[in-house]
Design a protein around this ligand. Sequence first.
Ligand code: GLC
Ligand code: GLC
Length: 826
Amino acid sequence: MKFGYFDDAKREYVITSPRTPYPWINYLGTQGFFSLISNTAGGYSFYKDARLRRITRYRYNNVPIDMGGRYFYINENGTVWNPGWSPVKTELDSYECRHGMGYTIITGKKNGLKAEATFFVPQDYDGEVQQLVLTNESDAQKTFSLFSFAEWCLWDAQDDSNNFQRNFSTGRVEVSGSVIYHKTEYRDRRNHYAFYSLNEAIDGYDTDRDSFIGLYNGFGDPQAVLAGEANNSFADGWAPIASHYKKITLAPGESKTLVFILGYVEMPVDQKFEADGKTINKVKALDMIGKYDTPAKVAAGMAELRAAWDKLLGILNVTTPDDKVDRMVNIWNQYQCMVTFNLSRSASYFESGIGRGMGFRDSNQDILGFVHQIPDRAKERIIDIASTQFPDGGCYHQYQPLTKKGNADIGGDFSDDPLWLILSVSAYIKETGDWSILDEMVPYDNDMSKAQTMLEHLKVSFYHIVNNLGPHKLPLAMRADWNDCINLSCYSDTPGESFQTYTNPKFKAEGGYSKVAESVMVATLFTYTGPNYVAILKHLGKDDEAKAAQDAIDAMKKAIMDSAWDGDWFLRAYDANGEKMGSKECEEGQIFIEPQGFAIMSDVGKEQGTDLKTLAAIDERLNTKFGLVLNNPAYSKYYIQYGEISTYPGGYKENAGIFTHNNAWIICAAAYAGQGDLAFKYYSEIAPAFTEDTSDIHKTEPYVYGQMIGGKDAGSDIGRPGKNFGQGKNSWLTGTAAWNMVAISQYILGIMPDFDGLKVDPSIPAEWDGFTATRKFRGADYNITVKNPNHVCKGVKSLTVDGKAVTGNVIPAFASGTHEVIVTLG
Ligand code: GLC
Ligand code: GLC
């Protein structure tokens, strides 16, 4: 069942029912000011840091769901409604929500009155612009009251949600004309305030929540709105809010456009106040308000925003036989990659914005998805991440975006972290041809006195693996590898201990983790990423070092085949007792997804047919109609030697959930192995646009990936296998976005930046006649036509560039111009 449709020409998803199976959200802002907005206008705003500079309040895990947002209330002769249906939930005569690239338009109609609200954050602007167009579509004059609403957060979202003994007494506001200012703590130690403005005179306002809503009322029945009149209340302590009140009369056919701005202002300390020393200096706010105080200015701001997205989305465009692929590649997957770059894992409807910082591995992988759109910012991000590394190649697992410093509470010793840096730096060079990133001086542990070149960082990353091998010459698993929930040194039996950071006394003497437990996943990630490091060394003429690195990769491949090939697939790990994990010999969890794709893509044991055998095992044991589960069978009890993975009921998260991130690795591997049909099957099982028809089952947004989908074992713990199978969770902020962008664009469609140029090596469904693509790459434009006359999946028979034949499948990089590329498969 669908709840809307894609409008590809406008790059919008159009939601036609407010009762989506979960709030379906969008993000506004890409620079400093960000908002989350649901299809019923729920959500909140923050400046740069979702925890420390929260502008409006939001209550997570609320009942009912998604209460709190920016709301317009209309009261026409006692009929009270919102253009976005919620929170009043009066049945509308029509409802529509258009989520577009950085903007959302919500339109509701009731009794001949139409209200269209457009929300966006303009370019280079620290505020959310809200334009409300009210139109009387009836043939009689209409008079009604309009109320706006926003609830201020007292800046630090964490403190705001637990320090009530203080917070109920600190709230402060100022009202001047039609602008309501929020200035809690501004007099004391803060140099920033927020405001909510309207570009017309108002008939009243409220700034005190209890006066507006009423202590025993909710967002759905605020007493001021029900009364049809504001109280002009002034918050002093308790909970400050901002609500404008305006009486409006519209003749038949008449329209009225209002512009509201929710803005954020920082002031130099010596200019915080007017001459009286206590009134807010409003110069900057008024200047911001002046930028968008007419519909014409708003239209210009929207046009600028559209132009910015045209540019970002103009680098790669494809036309394939499947419009769902086109809308994912050209629009939504790229959009999600940008949002994920901006937000990392901080703020979504599943990430509270007060949780974790930026992940070393997460942010490195995110680079893969957006490096073509904004290579300069990718470079900056890579350097920020690498600056938190330790001199021995180990890494802080997370860092804080405001300080850019490693997070000591979480620490390091996640075995996979260093390898992702090799991958992100390689992706940056492959995209840009800018080898100079290797010469950048990058600190260790943020200490500039310990800076070394980025190349040196790659070296210590590579050797961090080689220098930390276990009994089978496989990499030590440490606290966890990519799978945060396989914790082989934790042995935790006490509630509250973090599986990732708790050090079991039994391993204290060994440095905090077992020197026996080994990760096959890291071994295969090493053989997959290592060749990039070798290629870099060769390019720099460092042949001896390249040879040494290649020897280490070959030795790892041998170790994998000697000790980690289970006959039909690769093992997952050796636990701290030296027992196999992810083997046929295991009672549960016999096969895991993570090591398999990287092994296939690095040809481990290929001569013995490991690639096709592994793919067959995956298809048989892990595949479902909603994607590939992470492991099988699911763990049905707690295995103290494995850790968090066995704490989830079967079918959820890392315990046999469909973890979409690692599905991409199998999609890539199947494509790599020439199985274009198989790759596409797995792609279409999870790609959001393909789940649109089953939105009632999938529940989360059909335009973006989520981290997890309930697996086939979901419900097995309660004797109802199949319950919640296919149900999506944790949408928006996930490495899935980047990896599936890589999977579809680089592996299936095969347009893959390489060190020496643009490689074209598609692995597509055999039934496709071909496809076309345009790609901007290192200053030149390529019009690529792929023909598939013999209906194969893979294999470039001929390649011509501007009419001339080229041997192989790499287009040499031109510095400029437009080039016609014709690729014939066969
Ligand atoms: C989450 C984390 C990621 C981890 C994955 C598997 O998505 O952000 O770092 O690799 O879970 O545990
Ligand atoms: C939990 C989650 C995992 C995530 C981690 C982040 O372990 O299950 O997916 O990566 O927390 O700290």
